[in-house]
Design a protein around this ligand. Structure first.
Ligand SMILES: C[S@@+](CC[C@H](N)C(=O)[O-])C[C@H]1O[C@@H](n2cnc3c(N)ncnc32)[C@H](O)[C@@H]1O
Length: 420
């Protein structure tokens, strides 16, 4: 009887490997690649298994197998060096309807593993139905050696790049500050290939025009007051789409690591066994001031920069931001999400020793055609913002470098026009 060939989706599924030697280790590595939630049970373990355990990527229980270990398990691999134990695992798993591979007995298994070759998002699986694993390996290696020749033609490459991606993966991509040309080549390439794109409020919408036909575009722009609930549903969408084996792209303004909650999302994806990759972006914190002729450092004016969130409840009794140190501890202070709290921020800076004459610049919708700039000094900026009805989103820069704006803004602008 022939085997039915299939590729399993194991993302987030509980998989048990019984055994801790090299055969078990190889199985652990391939389950790990597939995003499975792996539990290893064995009285001993290889260094590879121990390393993955120390990194928190799998769990290892120093124990002998007992049928309790099968509870809640989706798939089990019996890879001990004891045939009788392997056989027993096969029998107990089959009785419970759990997928089982007994490494030394295909007859005790409900599935067998093919010889696999992977490259550039392609997976080639070769099987002889368990008759001759060595023959399967030889064929796999021959395909591997000629893979580049087989796939090298430019037309083939072009057609691949449209369809392949790694299914069931989430890419956390920085979209840059607003100008759609300020995304990385890798980020743009992934936009063209993604099946699902979740995009934030400050992402340049022109970028979405690059999405492939039929891609699902989901707006997940957050309002600060409802942050937590919305983050939960964003997480839920990412998990469920990745589990449907889609190429999911989470497009975030600027760089994902700057006040972009990327750390939380990475931990969440890791917890659910979903593969992900971070593609950095051009952050607004330096590119937006520069688009207004304000470099954050300058040999005569500033040798240090601090980046601060301005989104704090001014009624809080204690601020998480260390204004006392920051007020005079750095030459240039960059504040994101700070327009609504500007009065409080200015008070903190002056109270903690920053001169009221320090130049301040606000740049709204920087690098886009709606860019607006407002400058002043600490003692008058709140009034100026009010009079000009200056709205967020803006990057606020405090420090002497702001005085360069009047000399450099024209060059920054010309530079942008030249670049078009
Ligand atoms: C949640 S933070 C995200 C920052 C983003 N990860 C980055 O690296 O630019 C959003 C804040 O970034 C700033 N911002 C982002 N893009 C901007 C732009 N084009 N012009 C002005 N401010 C911008 C604003 O302060 C906004 O409130």
């Amino acid at each position: 009887m022939d085997y039915y060939p299939a590729h399993l989706c194991l993302a987030g599924k509980k998989c048990l490997v019984v055994g801790g030697r090299h055969v078990a280790e190889r199985k652990v590595y391939s389950l790990h690649k597939a995003g499975a939630k792996i539990q290893v049970v064995s009285p001993d373990a290889t260094n590879g298994i121990k390393e993955l355990t120390e990194r928190g990527e799998i769990s290892y229980q120093k124990d002998c197998y007992s049928s309790d270990h099968l509870e809640g398990v989706y798939l089990v691999i019996a890879a001990t060096n004891n045939r009788n134990i392997n056989k027993r695992i096969g029998k107990e798993a089959r009785q419970l309807g759990i997928l089982v591979n007994v490494v030394d007995s295909q007859y005790d298994s409900t599935f067998i593993s093919p010889a696999v070759f992977r490259k550039d998002g392609l997976v080639v699986s070769v099987s002889t139905g368990g008759e001759s694993p060595l023959r399967a390996k030889n064929v796999r290696d021959t395909i591997g050696k000629s893979f580049d020749q087989l796939t090298d033609s430019p037309e083939l490459k072009r057609s691949y790049s449209k369809v392949i991606g790694k299914p069931g993966v989430v890419y956390l991509v920085g979209a840059g500050p607003g100008d759609p040309d300020l995304i990385t080549a890798k980020g743009l390439n992934l936009i063209q290939q993604a099946d699902v794109i979740l995009f934030d409020r400050l992402v340049g919408k022109e970028l979405l025009m690059n999405a492939k036909y039929g891609a699902e575009l989901i707006y997940v722009g957050k309002r600060s007051s409802k942050h937590d609930i919305e983050q939960d549903s964003i997480n839920g969408i990412m998990i469920s789409k990745a589990r449907q084996r889609k190429v999911v792209l989470r497009l975030k303004g600027g760089d994902p690591s700057i006040f972009g909650r990327v750390g939380e999302e990475m931990l969440m994806l890791k917890q659910h066994g979903i593969q992900f990759e971070i593609i950095p972006g051009v952050s607004s914190f330096y590119s937006v001031p520069m688009a207004a002729g304000i470099p954050l450092t300058h040999r005569n004016y500033s040798s240090s920069v601090g980046i601060v969130t301005g989104r704090e409840d001014p009624s809080k009794t204690a601020s998480k931001v260390r204004w006392a140190e920051l007020a005079t501890g750095v030459d240039t202070l960059v504040i994101l999400m700070g327009v609504k709290n500007l009065r409080f921020i200015v008070q903190q800076l002056i109270k903690n020793g920053r001169s009221p004459d320090t130049p301040v610049g606000l740049v709204r919708c920087g690098t886009t055609s709606s860019q607006e700039i407002l400058t002043g000094i600490l003692s008058n900026i709140v009034l100026k913002v009010k009079q000009a009805n200056f709205k967020p989103p803006a990057v606020i820069v405090v420090g002497d470098v702001v005085s360069l704006h009047s000399q450099l803004v024209a060059c920054a602008k010309l530079f942008r026009q030249d670049a078009v």
